[in-house]
Each structure stands twice: as structure tokens, then as C-alpha cells.
Design a protein around this ligand. Structure first.
Ligand code: SF4
Ligand code: SF4
Length: 63
């Protein structure tokens, strides 16, 4: 079974670089502002095909 990717668990796992947003072939990721005005990626699971390109491109994830 496919699992949807988790781009960040806490905000220190994401610097808001938008690479995941840019690479997603399904345009399933949008950048959403938090209460302090920083943008974090949010996945629309209805569009996501679990290709994991977003996880692989992320500079912060350990591979
Ligand atoms: S797994 Fe693929 S389709 Fe899903 S959000 Fe990431 S890049 Fe987009
Ligand atoms: S690629 Fe990683 S660090 Fe960049 S916005 Fe996406 S989750 Fe955050």
C-alpha cells in the first residue's frame, strides 16, 4: 500500500525552500503561510501519486 509522504513533522524539518512544491509533477503541493508568515508545504492527497520526488529533493531530509 502506498503511503503519502510526510514533508515535515515539525517546523525545524522544513526551511520553506519550495523545492518540493516546484518538483511535484502533480502540482499536489501548495505553500501555505503559518501565523508568522512563513510558508510551509501542504500536500493535497487527492492529487498525490506517491512518487516521493518531493521527499527526494528536500535538502533537509536524511536520505
Ligand atoms: S509524492 Fe509526488 S505527487 Fe505526491 S506530493 Fe510528492 S512529488 Fe507530489
Ligand atoms: S523541499 Fe523540504 S525544506 Fe524545502 S519546502 Fe519542501 S519540505 Fe520544506
Amino acid at each position: 500500500m502506498l503511503h503519502y509522504p510526510i514533508l515535515y513533522k515539525c517546523k525545524t524539518d522544513c526551511c520553506g525552500c519550495t523545492s518540493c512544491y516546484s518538483i511535484c509533477p502533480r502540482k499536489a503541493i501548495s505553500m501555505v503561510e503559518d501565523e508568522e508568515g512563513f510558508e510551509y508545504p501542504q500536500i493535497d492527497e487527492s492529487k498525490c501519486v506517491c512518487c516521493y520526488k518531493c521527499i527526494n529533493v528536500c535538502p533537509i531530509k536524511e536520505h
